[in-house]
Design a protein around this ligand. Structure first.
Ligand SMILES: N[C@@H](CCC(=O)N[C@@H](CS)C(=O)NCC(=O)O)C(=O)O
Length: 334
C-alpha cells in the first residue's frame, strides 16, 4: 500500500489545507432492502476516541438498538497500519516505529474488545476482505453485516439516519418514538448541519491538520465564529441546538478534546462559552446514552500516542506523546 495513504501530512494539499476523503461504503440498513433490520446481524466497529464513531454509539443507545448492533472497539493507539485491535509494537525507545509494523499482544487497555468476528489484527483487514483492491481510508465507524460478510456503510452521518428509522417496527414503543430527525426540526437541522459540519465538526480537523500558518488561521477563526454563533443561539434559553422539543441529531456532536492537540485555543467551552457548556453538561449528565459511551481514557490516549507514519502530523504535533492531564474534571458537574 502506498505510503501516502497513511501519511496525514500528505492529505494536506500544497496550500496546507486538510481535505477529508469521501466515505466509500454507502449502503443502508433498510426495511425490505438488501440489509434489513435483523436481530444480531450487524457489528459496529468503532474507536472510542473518534467523535464520528461516538455519535453512532450515542444513537445506538438512544434508540435501544443493542440487540441488533453489536460493537467492537479498536485499541486507541493508532499504529502505522491504521486502527488495530492490539497496540502497535513499540521500538527500542518505547515509541511506535515508522516502518511497516506489527501489532503486539493485548495490553489490557480497558474496553478494547479485539475483533470478535474474525480475530483480525487491523481494521484494514476487514476492508480488504470486502475489496482486495480497496484504496480508500480505513475509518471508524465501520458498520459490518455478519450475514453477507461485508461493509454496509462507513459514513456516520448516514448511519445515524437509518438507525433513527429503520428498526422502529421492531422496537419497544419508548425507543420507536425517539425521533432524532423530526419533520418539524428538519429545516433547522439541515441548515445547521452544513455550517456546523464545515466549521466545527470538521473544522477542528482542518485546523489541527493544517500544515501552514495560513491554512491554520483560515480555519481557526471560522471555527470560533461558529462557536460564538452557537453560543448566541443557546442564549435564548433553548435546551437543544435546533430548538426542537426533544433531543435531535443536531445535538449529537460531542467532541470535547481539541484545545491542546489541535491548537483550537482561542477559548475553551468551559471558560468562555457558558451556554454551550450548559448544553454539553445537560447532555452528559442527563442522558445515559452520552455519558455511558464517552470514554476519556481512549479519547485522550489516542491523539497523544498516535504513532508515526499514519499520523506523522500527530507525532509532529506531540512528539513526546505525553497525554495531557487536564482538564479536570472531564466534564464539570451540573
Ligand atoms: N466521514 C467519516 C469520517 C470518519 C473518520 O474520519 N474517522 C477517523 C477517526 S476520528 C478515522 O478512522 N481515521 C482513520 C484514517 O483516516 O486512516 C464519518 O463521519 O464516518
Amino acid at each position: 500500500m502506498a505510503d501516502d495513504k497513511r501519511d496525514i501530512t500528505k492529505w494536506a494539499s500544497k496550500d496546507g489545507q486538510f481535505r477529508r476523503q469521501a466515505s466509500s461504503f454507502r449502503d443502508q440498513i433498510q426495511v425490505g432492502g438488501k440489509f434489513p433490520p435483523e436481530e444480531g446481524r450487524y457489528m459496529l466497529y468503532v474507536s472510542l476516541a473518534c467523535p464520528w464513531a461516538h455519535r453512532t454509539l450515542i444513537v445506538r443507545k438512544l434508540k435501544g438498538l443493542e440487540r441488533f448492533i453489536d460493537v467492537a472497539i479498536v485499541h486507541p493507539y493508532m499504529g502505522n497500519l491504521g486502527w488495530s485491535f492490539c497496540p502497535p509494537v513499540r521500538d527500542s525507545e518505547g515509541g511506535y516505529p515508522k516502518t511497516e509494523g506489527e501489532v503486539g499482544e493485548p495490553d489490557g487497555f480497558p474496553d478494547v474488545t479485539g475483533d470478535p468476528l474474525y480475530g483480525a489484527k487491523f481494521l484494514r483487514e476487514l476492508y480488504f476482505k470486502v475489496d482486495p483492491d480497496y484504496s480508500g481510508r480505513f475509518t471508524v465507524p465501520t458498520l459490518w453485516d455478519k450475514k453477507t460478510q461485508t461493509i454496509v456503510n462507513n459514513e456516520s452521518s448516514e448511519i445515524i439516519r437509518f438507525f433513527n428509522t429503520e428498526f422502529n417496527s421492531l422496537l419497544e414503543d419508548k425507543y420507536a418514538k425517539v425521533d432524532l430527525y423530526p419533520e418539524s426540526g428538519r429545516a433547522e437541522i439541515d441548515d445547521q448541519t452544513k455550517w456546523v459540519y464545515d466549521t466545527v465538526n470538521n473544522g477542528v480537523y482542518k485546523t489541527g491538520f493544517a500544515t501552514t500558518q495560513e491554512a491554520y488561521e483560515s480555519n481557526i477563526y471560522p471555527l470560533f465564529e461558529s462557536l460564538d454563533r452557537l453560543e448566541k443561539m443557546l442564549g435564548d434559553g433553548r435546551q437543544y441546538i435546533a430548538n426542537t422539543d426533544e433531543l435531535s441529531e443536531a445535538d449529537i456532536r460531542f467532541d470535547p478534546v481539541y484545545v491542546q492537540h489541535f491548537k483550537t485555543n482561542l477559548g475553551t467551552i468551559r471558560h468562555d462559552y457558558p451556554n454551550l457548556n450548559r448544553w454539553l453538561k445537560n447532555l452528559y449528565w442527563n442522558f445515559d446514552a452520552f455519558k455511558s459511551t464517552t470514554n476519556f481514557d481512549h479519547i485522550k490516549a489516542s491523539p497523544a500516542i498516535a504513532a508515526q507514519q499514519y499520523t506523522k502530523s500527530h507525532s509532529q504535533i506531540n512528539p513526546t506523546r505525553i497525554t495531557p492531564a487536564g482538564p479536570k474534571p472531564d466534564i464539570e458537574p451540573l
